[in-house]
Design a protein around this ligand. Structure first.
Ligand code: XLS
Ligand code: NI
Ligand code: NI
Length: 439
């Protein structure tokens, strides 16, 4: 039985199409820079917003109409929901999906019961993956919703809660392995603090480092070869999150000797909350070999929180795809739509409009970014801007071994530095717009 009988598999119809349920830019098999759009973008649909989000907000209850739900928190309902989810993944031509343990299966009265529930739903997920060919981009454990995690999971003051979190990650890793997950994500929902007065920050960070090592060791033990990812976010739910941005995460990974095992899962709206552009986070992570995957969404420029909206701005997707291409792509990561339809968009069909539009925006961004790269339009300007480092004193400094005394001798002889040249920011912004104008 179909949950979306009126929706076909979304076709590619090209830029002249005005069919709202067709792709205008996402043509999965078309090659760009020698790779199919499908393989560049590796689109992934999230289970939590799309199948568990009902549109509740602090002032009102859920609004979403989801006819396939029977209103219970039973395993059977969760299994039925999983089948519906795969119908949506297939109709969107999304090659991947992602979930938290507690999104897909109900939490039981004990850890043992929760594990049994998860296994029972994983049976259906496995069948559906085999039937449809849709794959698991990543799994993760929800260690923030249940009240036991009020003080944190790996960074809690309560050692028993740390133990519970460890047990939960162990199970989530086993299920992710069983389902062939290509990555495993840690988003530290409650790994932070509301008040430094009641917090031993050093101890909490040490515990977080130890927790991550336990995960790495257990992955090795069971033969999980997927990529571990940390997802930075600076605030919300806590005032200060330890994994606040790409730089803070990389510093944590270095400090605790985890760089070989982790990359980053960067999210647009989180970058905004951290006061960065998403392209900055991608370029920063990429420069350190830490670009793993992205959670594709956007915030509202007039609101200051994580609104997790579907991104439709070509300007934003161009920036994102440009820096992803610059750093050689997403590897085992993907473009994962960690985004939710608005509370007012309560009908099932809105789930399709949201994903079709955002997939298309990323496809268009990929096309524009590749065109800019084909002309060497930005990189050419940048390498020319730094050309003083390619020869003379610049090349010597980069090669290493130059001292302050050497610099003084050089400058005493020369008298003054060579003249500066314009940064041409406005010219480059206009240039990007010219590429956006193109078809
Ligand atoms: C919340 C995060 C979360 C992670 C997965 O803000 O984005 O959804 O992606 O735990
Ligand atoms: Ni996310
Ligand atoms: Ni988010």
């Amino acid at each position: 039985m179909s949950a979306f009988p009126d929706v076909p598999v979304i076709p590619y119809e090209g830029p002249d199409s005005d069919n709202p349920l067709a792709f205008r830019w996402y043509n999965p098999d078309e090659e760009i820079e020698g790779k199919s759009m499908r393989d560049h973008l590796r689109f992934s649909i999230v289970y939590w917003h799309t199948f568990r989000g009902g549109g509740a907000d602090p002032f009102g209850v859920a609004t979403a109409v989801r006819p396939w739900e029977d209103g219970t928190d039973s395993v059977e309902n969760a299994q039925q929901r999983a089948r519906v989810a795969f119908e949506l993944f297939e109709k969107l031509q999304a090659p991947y999906y992602a979930f938290h343990d507690r999104d897909v299966a109900p939490e039981g009265a004990s850890l043992a019961e929760s594990n049994r529930n998860l296994d029972a739903v994983a049976d259906v997920l496995e069948q559906e993956q085999q039937r449809s060919g849709v794959k698991l981009l990543w799994g993760t454990a929800n260690m923030f919703t249940n009240p036991r995690f009020m003080h944190g999971a790996a960074t809690t003051c309560n050692a028993d809660v740390f133990a519970f979190a460890g047990a939960q990650v162990k199970k989530a890793l086993e299920v992710t392995l069983r389902l062939g997950g290509e990555n495993y994500v840690f988003w530290g929902g409650r790994e932070g603090y509301q008040s430094l007065y009641n917090t031993d920050m050093k101890r909490e960070m040490d515990h977080l480092g130890a927790f991550m090592h336990m995960a790495v060791d257990y992955a090795k033990e069971i033969g999980f070869k997927g990529q571990f990812l940390i997802e930075p976010k600076p605030k919300e739910p806590t005032k200060h999150q330890y994994d606040s941005d790409a730089a803070a995460c990389l510093n944590f990974l270095r400090a605790y000797d985890l760089m070989d095992h982790f990359k980053l899962n960067l999210e647009t709206n989180h970058a905004t909350l951290a006061g960065h552009e998403m392209m900055h986070e991608i370029d920063y992570a990429g420069a350190q070999g830490g670009l793993g995957s992205i959670d594709a969404n956007t915030g509202d420029p007039l609101l200051g929180w994580d609104t997790d909206q579907f991104g439709t701005s070509y300007y934003l997707t161009t920036q994102i795809m440009y820096y992803i291409l610059k750093h050689g792509g997403l590897g085992s990561g993907g473009v994962n739509f960690d985004a939710k339809v608005r509370r007012e968009s309560f009908e099932p069909i809105d789930l399709f409009h949201a994903h079709v539009g955002s997939m298309d925006a990323f496809a268009k961004g990929l096309r524009i970014a590749a065109a800019i790269r084909a002309d060497n339009a930005i990189e050419g300007f940048v390498s020319n801007r730094y050309s003083s480092w390619d020869e003379g004193i610049g090349a010597k400094i980069e090669a290493g071994g130059v001292t302050l005394t050497d610099l003084e001798a050089y400058m005493l002889e020369k008298g003054d530095a060579d003249a500066n040249q314009s940064g041409r920011q406005e010219m480059l912004e206009n240039l990007v717009n010219r590429y956006l104008d193109r078809r």
